[in-house]
Write a protein that binds this ligand. Structure first.
Ligand SMILES: Nc1ncnc2c1ncn2[C@@H]1O[C@H](COP(=O)(O)OP(=O)(O)OP(=O)(O)O)[C@@H](O)[C@H]1O
Ligand SMILES: [Mg+2]
Length: 258
């Protein structure tokens, strides 16, 4: 049983999620240490994306518990989980195609003041300050990810790799404490994948953002993560360093061997 602790930003306990007769996630427990880049790997259909969807409130779980920074957030709606500091990206980038790159960032989920009419009337100054902070953050992220020159381009016209960068930039608009990345390097050319890897490391070191990284490129997982969790058939198979996992027969048979 995973016990919530101050050192773990996320604790997942006995999570279960089925689709019809398919036990996609079948009693999964694990922890994500605060400040870590933790890897989540495993064969296709292991249940990795279903875990991310469950943690981030994109679908209800059947049973189990998700604790984020001491708060039980199980089955909270995704926008409330985002406000609590957990943001995720998608295996297939979900850019708003008919909006520009810049507009995509401005519409990313974030904590907004002035949500009620009363607030809007009585705290215009607060809203103006928030707007200028939001614009500043968007510009800084576009520059960080080399997307500033593309800011007025429709997001739908970006390359696959640029869409993945935009997805990460959108996630960062909410100033998250924990980011779940679902295959951020998939379909990205090696140069851009190297950039993404460097961005994740820098954000972790400079801003202390914790990451849970799903990725099939094990070289990148090894370079970024000191602890890696392996899933197969809806369950946790093993946990450890990439080098220890390469020596683990069960992991080799289920995933690495293929
Ligand atoms: N919305 C859904 N409806 C029905 N079945 C689903 C749904 N989402 C996932 N599944 C099934 O749940 C199982 C786990 O899928 P999941 O997408 O979580 O795996 P994954 O580890 O992310 O795989 P991949 O590495 O291919 O992305 C699979 O058998 C999949 O077909
Ligand atoms: Mg997946």
């Amino acid at each position: 049983m995973a016990t919530p602790s101050k050192d773990n930003i996320l604790t997942v306990n006995e999570l279960k999620k089925s689709f019809g007769g398919v036990h996609a996630v079948d009693g999964v427990s694990f922890e994500v240490p605060r400040g870590s880049i933790t890897g989540l790997i495993g064969p296709n259909g292991a249940g990795k994306s279903t875990v991310v969807n469950s943690l981030s409130g994109f679908h209800p779980v059947d049973s189990g518990q998700v604790t984020l920074d001491g708060t039980n957030v199980t089955n909270w709606p995704s926008h409330k989980i985002a406000q609590q500091g957990l943001i995720r990206t998608f295996q297939i980038a979900r850019e708003l195609q008919r909006l520009t790159v810049f507009e995509n960032l401005l519409l990313a989920p974030q904590v907004q003041p002035g949500a009620t009419a009363l607030e809007a009337i009585f705290s215009r100054r607060k809203i103006a300050a928030w707007e200028s902070k939001t614009l500043g953050r968007a510009v800084a992220l576009l520059k960080r990810f080399n997307l500033f020159e593309m800011r007025d381009e429709y997001a739908g016209n970006l390359s696959g790799g640029q869409k993945k960068l935009l997805d990460l930039a959108r996630a960062l608009m909410a100033a998250p404490r924990l980011v779940l990345l679902d295959e951020p390097m998939a379909g990205v050319n090696p140069t851009l994948a190297g950039d993404l890897q460097a961005h994740i490391r820098d954000l972790n070191r400079e801003q202390g953002i914790t990451f849970l990284l799903i990725e099939h490129n094990l070289g990148i997982v090894e370079a970024l993560c000191n602890r890696v969790i392996v899933m197969a058939e809806g369950r946790i198979l093993a946990e450890g360093s990439m080098s220890a996992l390469r020596e683990n027969k069960d992991v080799v048979n289920a995933y690495l061997g293929g």
